[in-house]
Design a protein around this ligand. Structure first.
Ligand code: ADP
Length: 170
């Protein structure tokens, strides 16, 4: 199915002059750039993107299935993810970013595949985060900040629809 999805090149990707390299990797795999803009995000948009006031979103951050979890386990995940989302908000607003609307066959899954895993240090070679990422969960946690992983890419089709409406309102 032809899908649309959203990619944000985060401030680390822009600072490290990786905009072209990142877009090339998507284009090389057949994805079409439908819209693109460089900007510094405002707090309102970032708060809609990383939703600190949405308990369900926080609990399921990373698309974790909490079926069968105890209340304590859910509360622990909530506390941990809340801090991660707070740090992600701060990071996303910390400098210029590039928002990109991509389209292609199975675009949501394909873009996630090209992007790689959240932690660049364990992301496979051949992925953007695996090849170009220089950070790790370990280092980011030591320094009490979000992990520098170059890109945000929508995780699922409904997330892509929501995020496209947010970043590319028409
Ligand atoms: P992605 O941008 O790859 O979709 P998310 O921001 O949704 O990644 O995070 C996915 C999961 O990775 C989260 O549920 C969280 O458990 C984990 N994670 C993210 N950042 C960190 C961090 N700095 N330290 C530890 N785990 C993290």
């Amino acid at each position: 199915m032809i899908e649309k999805t959203l990619v944000l090149i985060k401030p680390d990707g822009v600072k490290r002059n990786l905009i072209g390299e990142i877009i090339k990797r998507f284009e090389d795999r057949g994805l079409k750039v439908k819209a693109l803009e460089m900007l510094t995000a405002d707090q309102a948009t970032v708060s809609e993107h990383y939703q600190l006031n949405n308990r369900d979103y926080i609990i399921h951050l990373g698309h974790v299935d909490t079926t069968g979890w105890s209340n304590e386990q859910i509360e622990e995940k909530y506390q941990k993810s809340y801090k991660i989302v707070e740090d992600l908000q701060k990071f996303l607003i910390s400098g210029p970013i590039v928002k990109i609307l991509l389209e292609g066959e199975n675009a949501v899954v394909l873009v996630r595949e090209i992007t790689g895993k959240t932690d660049p240090s364990t992301s496979p070679k051949g992925t953007i985060r695996g090849d170009l990422g220089e950070d790790s969960f370990e280092k980011s946690n030591q320094e009490d900040r979000a992990v520098y992983n170059l890109i945000h890419a929508s995780g699922e089709l409904d997330e892509a629809e929501r995020e496209i409406k947010l970043w590319f309102p028409s």
